[in-house]
Design a protein around this ligand. Structure first.
Ligand SMILES: [Zn+2]
Length: 340
């Protein structure tokens, strides 16, 4: 089979790789129906994370079960499935508490690269969620979005404890930030302020439920949020970037007693303990336990309540994966969907 391999910053190749096989009896192998490039893949593509050796890439996927190991009980070949970037057994104490990304037996699915024609999924029974039937073609982008960005945006809102009637600000207008707008709306926020300076992204944020747009950043952005919220800040702020500037903007835009949910993978973020202490702001984040939300999110997609697949504004054959990275790196695309 063929798949994407990152050789060096800026150098993604589509090349022949070994076919994935069942290694553990709890594994499944799926044939990829669609995959995509994540904003977090760009940290490596841009050389911000070091690339030490040729590395298979990608961690978002939907597919058809091709083969299952002897101990897999709930899945059979032919089923359409969605899973998250961490494999989880969905039975251990952390999984039962809804933190499948902290599964005591977790394995990174992305370690073997999901931008490929086939993928080995460890702990298949716990990791994969099958749709009731073969989904319609039009639902596939939104189901793929649930594999990471929609689940991550959802967790940002859950971690910040968004409640009906809240004013929510979203820092970051990438695919996760845009999905966080959907999540805030679904959880009942009445005012949703998207912080974005890009016209196409502002438009999509509004379509997803944003009521206000703030284009200012840094101190000006914080001042603008306070001005809009009676001088105190938003009830909940969802940080979907991972830079020191974005985190500071989030913490300082939140009212005393409010919460920040942060899902941008931190790069160089340091939090001042004294400032946090006096702010009375609650803080929770981390790699989203997407698996916890999958059944609910799949249902919302299949019933037409949400359409997070709109974040894909570029679709390319998997063989053109290098073009997909380039388009996202140059911000010509919000998110690129790849079809084998
Ligand atoms: Zn577990």
């Amino acid at each position: 089979m063929r798949g994407a391999v990152l050789h060096a910053p800026g150098d993604v190749r589509f090349e022949e790789r070994d076919d994935p096989k069942i290694i553990e009896a709890t594994d499944a192998v799926i044939r990829t129906a669609a995959t995509c490039v994540c904003g977090s893949d760009l940290w490596d593509y841009r050389g911000i994370n070091p690339v030490e050796q040729p590395t298979p890439f990608g961690h978002e996927y939907v597919g058809i079960v091709e083969e299952v190991g002897a101990d897999v009980k709930t899945l059979k070949p032919g089923q359409f499935v969605i899973g998250s970037f961490f494999a989880s057994d969905n039975t251990c104490a952390n999984c039962r508490n809804g933190y499948q990304t902290d599964c005591l037996h977790r394995e990174l699915v992305g370690a073997e690269g999901c931008q490929a024609e086939k993928i080995r999924i460890p702990l298949a029974d716990g990791t994969l969620v099958a749709t009731p039937d073969q989904p319609a073609e039009e639902h596939i982008p939104s189901l793929l979005a649930c594999s990471d960005v929609m689940g991550t945006g959802w967790y940002a809102a859950v971690a910040a404890e968004v409640r009906p009637g809240d004013t929510v600000a979203v820092v970051g207008d990438g695919a996760v930030g845009l999905c966080a707008v959907i999540a805030a709306k679904e959880l009942g926020a009445t005012r949703i302020i998207a912080m974005s300076r890009h016209e196409a992204r502002q438009k999509l944020a509004r379509e997803f439920g944003a009521t206000d747009i703030v284009a200012e950043r840094g101190e000006e952005g914080i001042a603008r949020i306070k001005e809009m919220t009676g001088g105190i800040g938003a009830d909940r702020v969802l940080e979907c970037v991972g830079t020191p500037e974005a985190m500071q903007q989030a913490l300082r835009s939140t009212r005393p007693g409010g919460n920040v949910g942060f899902v941008g993978v931190p790069h160089g973020v340091a939090i001042d303990g004294t400032e946090l202490f006096y702010s009375h702001v609650g803080l929770r984040g981390g790699p989203a336990p997407v698996r916890e939300f999958l059944p609910d999110l799949i249902d919302r997609v299949l019933t037409g309540r949400i359409n997070p697949g709109k974040v894909f504004d570029l679709t390319l054959p998997l063989g053109q994966v290098a073009d997909a990275y380039q388009a996202m790196d140059e911000r010509r695309a919000i998110k690129a969907l790849l079809k084998p």
